[in-house]
Design a protein around this ligand. Structure first.
Ligand SMILES: Nc1ncnc2c1ncn2[C@@H]1O[C@H](COP(=O)(O)OP(=O)(O)OP(=O)(O)O)[C@@H](O)[C@H]1O
Length: 361
């Protein structure tokens, strides 16, 4: 699949933008705060309905405007799909595929698949568990419609359970209603955990090879899904922790507290790895994600690289660029130095300045 074009109107710092992308490598370069990431964000939004930065629709609309419009044309297996998105300040976004309005965002599912890679991804091992859960959730939500639906049900129920835990403090007889919530939470929670375990199993088959090559044969790594539920069933764990949850007024076990560990032999890289080791493992993870997506969707995803090359040394830059030469890639960077010494062929170069994009030859 490839993105053929992107049009924006009143989106972030773009009044109007009309871009035709190359099917291979596209570079957007320019100084800071000129609008490079905004382009990647707009692309990601048009495929997933969400900003990769988690920004609300109203903040994506250009200051002093009430609406924004995005039009993306995707080519997938020879078919053209036009995705129109209308962002509004005070109501949900309108989406149409080939001019036919769709009612639910999930109807966009499967048209386009993005892998987003930003400098924060290189810190995924060094930082806290929420980034690692977010990594799993963002990818699985694109790969698996049922996961997306189970995860939203789980998140809805956990919010309701947490408010109930707060209310119980004032109105103790509400404690009887906890069982009903726990039953539902356990049902969706187990499904979420099972899908995540399966995803990690599949990633493990790929990551060890990639990491071995990336470290010049020095390291083997292995991922482990760490469930806060432990060996209990989720329902049992909820029961066991009920007193504590009531005291803390929040749910202490479940997929929203789980983590992913990166093991090099018996060494937990999260805790004991050097910074370099952690960043290399993070790069291996990202490369494995691309590989796994490719296998599962039986197509190539579109890769969005947000200023990530300048974060890598020459060896890792080369490894990354070599791994992606047959995928449509949209790269942002502040300068073109990273590409000068690489045989990597750039197909289109765009200069971004203050919400204006100029193609260079
Ligand atoms: N809703 C909005 N309306 C108008 N302009 C906006 C809006 N949101 C953000 N901007 C502007 O967009 C610019 C930031 O764009 P972007 O995040 O794409 O930067 P960038 O070129 O990727 O820079 P960097 O290299 O620093 O990441 C800023 O100038 C900011 O003021």
């Amino acid at each position: 699949m490839v993105i053929k074009s992107l049009k924006l109107k009143n989106y972030r710092n773009y009044d109007l933008l009309d871009l035709t992308l190359d099917t291979q490598t596209n570079i957007f370069y320019g100084d800071n705060a000129q609008g490079k990431t905004n382009i990647l964000e707009a692309l990601y939004l048009s495929g997933t309905t969400k900003s990769h930065r988690g920004t609300k629709d109203r903040d994506l609309i250009q200051f002093e405007h009430d609406e924004a419009h995005l039009e993306t044309i995707v080519i997938k297996r020879g078919m053209e799909y036009q995705i129109d998105m209308h962002l509004k300040k005070n109501s949900p976004k309108g989406i149409a595929v080939n001019k036919v309005p769709i009612r639910k965002a999930s109807e966009l599912f499967g048209i386009i698949h993005f892998v987003f890679f930003s400098p924060e991804d290189l810190n995924i091992i060094k930082e806290g568990p929420s980034g690692r859960r977010r990594f799993i959730d963002l990818e699985l939500s694109q790969l698996d419609k049922i996961y997306l639906s189970n995860l939203s049900s789980y998140n809805r129920i956990i919010n309701q359970r947490n408010s109930l835990l707060k209310d119980i403090d004032r109105q103790h007889n509400l404690v009887e209603t906890l069982d009903v919530w726990d039953m539902q939470l356990a049902e969706y929670g187990m499904k979420v955990i099972e899908s995540r375990r399966n995803f990690i199993r599949q990633l493990n088959k790929i990551i060890s090879n990639i990491h071995y090559r990336l470290t010049g044969g020095k390291e083997h790594i292995f991922l482990e899904y760490e469930s806060s539920v432990g060996n209990l069933s989720f329902a049992q764990a909820l029961k066991k922790n009920r007193e504590r949850d009531m005291r803390l007024k929040s749910t202490s076990v479940g997929p929203h507290r789980d983590d992913l560990s990166f093991m090099e032999g018996s060494l937990d890289i999260r805790k004991f790895g050097s910074q370099g080791q952690q960043r290399t493992a993070a790069l291996s993870l990202k490369l494995s994600e691309i590989e796994l997506v490719r296998m599962l969707i039986k197509d190539t995803p579109v890769l969005l690289l947000d200023d990530v090359l300048s974060e890598l040394d020459k060896h890792r830059q080369n490894y990354l660029l070599d791994s992606i030469h047959d995928i449509q890639t949209v790269i942002t960077c502040t300068g073109l130095d990273e590409f000068v010494n690489h045989r990597f062929s750039i197909n289109k170069i765009f200069h971004v300045k203050n919400g204006q994009v100029a193609e260079e030859n």
